[in-house]
Design a protein around this ligand. Structure first.
Ligand code: DGY
Length: 328
């Protein structure tokens, strides 16, 4: 088939669900690296020969060194993720590589996990699950595992992008009052009645629950430190769907140990998949292994997003998911 001959050669350097791979296979001439779960730089360099696109995810750090070693045939990098802090963008710009990601399509999935984290933390889901799974449950008691309700509480969202707004939408349905802090104030139609805090300090002092939903950046790195945690209401809840390095683990663990912070819901960890093992000893931490975007619907949409972006780019236009690399 002629379409077959026109297909652009893509090297896939991450493990993808079959349904997502099928989307890419339909549109491109796909080769998957030999060990996609643990892509090795050497293997990627060797297998990228003659390929036009390198498709990877957060499981491979695309460092300057690796970028410089890529063959000249590579013209584009597509990351199967919305975050792209694992890609050295300066080095991509210097090499003239176009970079694509998957914004929008994982918003709902991550927002759902945001609510799961809030509920899990507020309603002591980890302790409750442990009690029943360990066979220790002896029957209902009015004193048993009393948590706090989300209804009537204030939710402070740090980072009111698509995911933050989607969490706000759901939290309103739970009866929460929405506050937010963001680099820029949103227009009224996106703010939807949420209260803007130009200074994150006032967000922290106002919120019964804090949701970290910001992108990872130099600005947000280790944002939630001892000083800022001390500003939060006693008994507040912290949830993180952003990146682990937005939180200083030492600070959060200390606040959870004393109960100054009632509970935390964490889907992301600094240095993951390694994480601070002290979290394991804290029953008031409801923790998940970075499953924010892990739905089959989202995984397929992520593949479609990259497929559409790459095909649009191949056709000479600029798709909305081509990352505008600043600087230089
Ligand atoms: C993303 O797409 O950025 C997810 O968090 C996976 O890292």
């Amino acid at each position: 088939m002629t379409v077959q001959q026109d297909k652009r050669p893509v090297l896939v350097a991450c493990a993808l669900p079959d349904a997502a791979l099928a989307v890419l296979n339909d549109a491109f001439d796909v080769t998957v690296v030999t060990t996609p779960e643990r892509p090795e730089p050497e293997q990627v360099v060797a297998m990228a020969q003659g390929k036009e696109i390198l498709l990877l995810s957060v499981t491979l750090r695309l460092t300057r060194e690796l970028i410089e070693r890529l063959p000249d045939s590579i013209r584009g990098v597509a990351t199967y993720s919305v975050g792209y802090e694992h890609v050295d963008m300066d080095a991509c710009r210097n090499r003239g590589l176009a970079v694509f990601n998957t914004p929008d399509v994982l918003t709902d999935a991550v927002a759902e996990v945001g609510l799961l984290l809030l509920l899990g933390a507020a309603r002591r889901a980890r302790e409750a699950a442990t009690l029943i799974l360990d066979g220790q449950w002896t029957g209902w008691q009015p004193t048993q595992l009393n948590g706090v309700e989300l209804a009537g509480k204030s939710l402070g969202i740090f980072g009111m992008g698509r995911i933050g707004r989607s969490i706000a939408h759901r939290a309103r349905a739970f009866g929460m009052a929405i506050h937010y802090s963001n680099r820029r104030r949103l227009p009224p139609e996106l703010e939807a009645g949420a209260h803007f805090h130009a200074d994150p300090t006032s967000l922290l002092t106002t919120s019964d629950a804090l949701m970290l939903a910001c992108p990872a950046s130099e600005e947000t790195r280790y944002f939630l430190d001892t000083k800022r945690l001390a500003l939060m209401k006693p008994g507040a809840i912290v949830a993180n769907v952003s990146r682990g390095n937005v939180v200083v683990d030492d600070a959060l663990i200390a606040a959870l140990q004393t109960g100054r912070i009632r509970a935390a819901g964490l889907d992301v960890f600094d240095g993951e998949p390694r994480f601070d093992k002290r979290y394991l000893a804290l029953p008031n931490v409801f923790m998940l292994p970075h499953i924010g975007s892990s739905t089959i619907e989202t995984r397929v949409r992520m593949a479609e997003s990259l497929r559409d972006g790459l095909l649009t780019w191949a056709g000479g236009a600029t798709p909305s998911n081509r990352i505008d690399i600043k600087g230089g």
